[in-house]
Design a protein around this ligand. Sequence first.
Ligand code: PMT
Length: 407
Amino acid sequence: MKQLSNRQILLGVTGGIAAYKSAELIRRLKDAGADVRVVMTQAAQEFITPLTLQALSGNPVHTTLLDPEAEAGMGHIELARWADLILVAPASANFIARLASGRGDDLLTTLCLASDAPIALAPAMNQAMWRDSATQANIAVLKSRQAHLFGPAAGEQACGDVGPGRMLEAEDIARRAADLFQSRDLDGVSVVITAGPTREAIDPVRYISNHSSGKMGYALAQAAADAGARVTLISGPTNLPCPARVSRVDVISAEDMLAASLNTLGKCDVFIACAAVADYRPVAVAEHKIKKAAEQMQIALVRNPDIVSTVASHPRRPFTVGFAAETRDLEHYARDKMTRKGLDMIIANDVSDNRIGFNADQNQVVVFWPEGRQAFAEMAKSQLARQLMALVAQHYPHARAAAQPSS
Ligand code: PMT
């Protein structure tokens, strides 16, 4: 099982003799399924060439902040948003000090400031530098800001000293990076997620659909699997690979999606309806391709079944979470949908701005439940999905306890 499948890791390489181990680290991260992009500081390039790391990562290596050519490709803000994790290995004493003081004086420190992704550091330095009170104070600051520390290991050092400060081995760093994506919040819980669009056939070659790419629903499926859930992803047509440790059921139309959803009831604890289901379908599907004739034509439509409300009103109902894609009056329409559809929770998605929501890599939502709300800042769908699954995991045990008959 590839533990880093679909993970986007930005590997920062700073100046130190351990930079040669970054080459091996890229291989280990890629073996685990990660997509790796490398950012090197000026000093790192004294120890290993960008070309080596480019060849191993399969992506161009980023080295400078103010490079018009690089900005024309993946610019620094885009790179900051792209990352699911920023892993700095080796992290030198100088880099740690610059990060702790909040500087943005090169590409790597700027990316750390500009990204919402978690930051992990694998320190590598001389044992006296590691033990120095200034370095220890900087480490304390970074830990207080939730940075993850991988190592350092103790042992013989390149300079001949013996003590703490050696960078961990590549294999160990890759395993710790994978562990960061796992939580046990939903251990043993069965989660069903609908994702993507539905297609409602008009004739054998045409259909009614929408712009959903499936990215949000697939990210939720990955996050649920990482939290220990058994995940079934009921997916409309998308171009996305199935997330690791997720079982996918492919469907086309709303009616197919309803049938697949009903099939999971009884063995589903949490149902999350992220799919953009067509509200209507043609009354009849033409047997043959419709020929062009009159100037105007009309297609009679009929309402599709409402999948999430059918699930929520079922005698074996799971904890049911819906989405509300709205272009105005977000809270009003979302709360109204939550009540009408009998949901436990609703994730309101402002889709008026095409930078977020449909077919975008970023999203920004507000979650409502009967007694509360929580707003989430704009971030990558993968990060948002992890935060949303953590919120669902907090609410699900209470819902389950409330549903138990008292003895
Ligand atoms: O797929 P992406 O490109 O990543 O985009 C993500 C998204 C914008 C599609 C997603 O975040 C989102 O907002 N999904 C819900 C889209 C939608 O159709 O919303 P709605 O407000 O029309 O529907 C409300 C809820 O009812 C949704 O949970 C929907 O899945 C459900 N529904 C709607 C109609 C229907 N016939 N059956 C349903 O179950």
